[in-house]
Design a protein around this ligand. Structure first.
Ligand code: NAD
Length: 352
C-alpha cells in the first residue's frame, strides 16, 4: 500500500530534565515581562515557589483552577490576569490548570506550562470549558503553550492513585492516535513509544512513587501522548470521556482509565494494525486485555459506578455520545455504545 498522510508539526519549546524548574525565570523571559502564575488550590505552594523564582516578573498568583474548566472560573481568572497587567501565564499543575491558562490565552497571553501530571494538555492546541453540564472543546493554535518545562522532580509527590490513571489518560491519546484518520507515520511511532514508556513505568511509579527514573520515563511517555493528541484527531474513546466527564462531573483521568480497555475491544476488529501495535507496546497478546491488565497492575478503579456515574445516566450518555456523527474506525452504533458503557459501568471484562 502506498503511503498517504498530512503531518503538521506544532511549534513548542520543550525543556526536559530533573531540576528544570530552576530555569523558570529565563524561560519565562522569552515570553513576557509579567507572568500570572496559575495553579489549583492544592498546588498553591508550588505556585508560590514559582513566584519566588520569577521575583519581580510575577504579576500575581491565581490558585483556584478547577476540574473541567468551569466557565465562571474562566471569567474570574481572565479578569485577574487583565487587572494584574500580565503579559503571559505560567501554568503549573495538571490538565485543569493548563486548561484554565488556555482559556485565558484566548485573550492574547502566551503560556509557559509546567505539567505535574501526565494529561498531555501542555503540548496541544485543544482547549475547552464546561457550562450547564456540557463540556465544550475546540482547537486554537493560539492557546498552545509556547514553552513547556518538564521536571520529573515535580511529579514525585503526585499520589499513586492519581499517577496511574493520569498515565492511562496519556496512553488513551496514543491508542486513538494509532487508529486516527489523521495519523502520520511519525505520530504512530510516537504513539507506540508513549504506550511502551507508560506501560513499563506506571506500575513502578505506583509501587515506588519517588523512583525518579520511573517518573522520568512516565513523564516522557506523557509528552509523547500529548504530542500525538495535538497532532491527530481522536475518536470514540475521547468522545465518551468528554461526554461523561461533562455530564456527570466525573474525574477526568479515572474516566479515561475505566473506558479505555472497553473502547479498545469495541474497535479491535475495525483497527487490527493499531491494536497489534498497542499489544506489542504493552508486551501483551491482545490490546484490550493488555490495557485491562495494566489497570489491574496500577490498582485503578474498574467501574464507572465507583467514580460517581449514576446508572440512570446511561441513556443520556448514549444519546450525547451518538447524537452527532464523528470519525471512529468501527461504526458508532447506539446499541453497541450502550453495551460498552454498561460494561464499563459495572466494571466487567471488556467484551468484543
Ligand atoms: P488535574 O489537573 O485536575 O489534577 C488532579 C489533581 O492532582 C488536582 O487536585 C491537582 O492539584 C493535583 N496535582 C497535580 N499535580 C500534582 C502533583 N505533582 N503533586 C500532587 N498533586 C498534584 O487532573 P489532570 O488529569 O491532569 O487534568 C484533567 C483536565 O485536563 C480535564 O479537564 C481534561 O479535560 C483536561 N485535559 C485537556 C487536554 C487537552 O489537550 N486540552 C488533555 C488532557 C486533559
Amino acid at each position: 500500500m502506498s503511503l498517504k498522510f498530512t503531518h503538521e508539526a506544532l511549534p513548542s519549546r520543550v525543556v526536559f530534565r530533573a531540576g528544570a524548574l530552576e530555569g523558570l525565570a529565563a524561560e519565562t523571559a522569552r515570553l513576557g515581562k509579567r507572568a500570572l502564575i496559575i495553579s489549583t488550590r492544592g498546588q498553591r505552594l508550588l505556585a508560590e515557589r514559582c513566584a519566588g523564582l520569577l521575583g519581580e516578573a510575577t504579576a500575581g498568583v491565581y490558585a483556584n483552577a478547577r476540574p473541567h474548566t468551569p466557565a465562571d472560573g474562566v471569567r474570574e481568572a481572565t479578569d485577574v490576569a487583565l487587572r494584574a497587567q500580565a503579559d503571559c501565564c505560567v501554568a503549573v499543575g495538571g490538565g485543569s490548570t493548563i486548561g484554565l491558562a488556555k482559556a485565558i490565552a484566548r485573550h492574547g497571553l502566551p503560556i509557559l506550562a509546567v505539567p505535574t501530571t501526565y494529561s498531555g494538555s501542555e503540548v496541544t492546541p485543544i482547549w475547552g470549558y464546561t457550562e450547564d453540564g456540557i463540556k465544550h472543546v475546540a482547537s486554537d493554535a493560539q492557546v498552545q503553550p509556547r514553552i513547556v518545562i518538564y521536571d520529573p522532580l515535580l511529579t514525585l509527590g503526585l499520589p499513586p492513585e492519581v499517577s496511574g490513571p493520569s498515565g492511562v489518560n496519556a496512553i488513551a491519546h496514543c491508542v486513538e492516535a494509532l487508529y486516527s484518520e489523521s495519523a502520520s507515520p511519525l505520530v504512530a511511532l510516537m504513539a507506540e513509544e508513549g504506550i511502551r514508556a507508560l506501560g513499563r513505568s506506571l506500575p513502578m511509579v505506583v509501587k515506588e512513587p519517588r523512583d525518579l527514573a520511573a517518573r522520568s520515563e512516565a513523564l516522557y511517555g506523557a509528552w509523547c501522548g500529548g504530542t500525538v493528541l495535538g497532532a491527530a484527531g481522536m475518536a470514540l474513546h475521547h468522545k465518551l470521556a468528554h461526554v461523561l466527564g461533562g455530564a456527570f462531573n466525573l474525574p477526568h483521568a479515572e474516566t479515561h482509565t475505566i473506558l479505555l480497555p472497553h473502547v479498545a475491544a469495541y474497535n479491535a476488529v475495525a483497527a487490527p494494525q493499531a491494536m497489534e501495535r498497542v499489544a506489542r507496546a504493552l508486551g501483551a497478546g491482545n490490546a484490550a486485555q493488555g490495557l485491562y491488565n495494566l489497570n489491574l497492575a496500577i490498582g485503578a478503579k474498574r467501574a464507572l459506578r465507583e467514580i460517581g456515574m449514576p446508572e440512570a445516566g446511561i441513556d443520556r450518555a448514549v444519546g450525547l455520545a451518538t447524537q452527532a456523527p464523528f470519525y471512529n474506525p468501527a461504526p458508532v452504533i447506539a446499541e453497541r455504545v450502550r453495551r460498552l458503557i454498561l460494561d464499563a459501568w459495572h466494571g466487567r471484562l471488556p467484551s468484543s
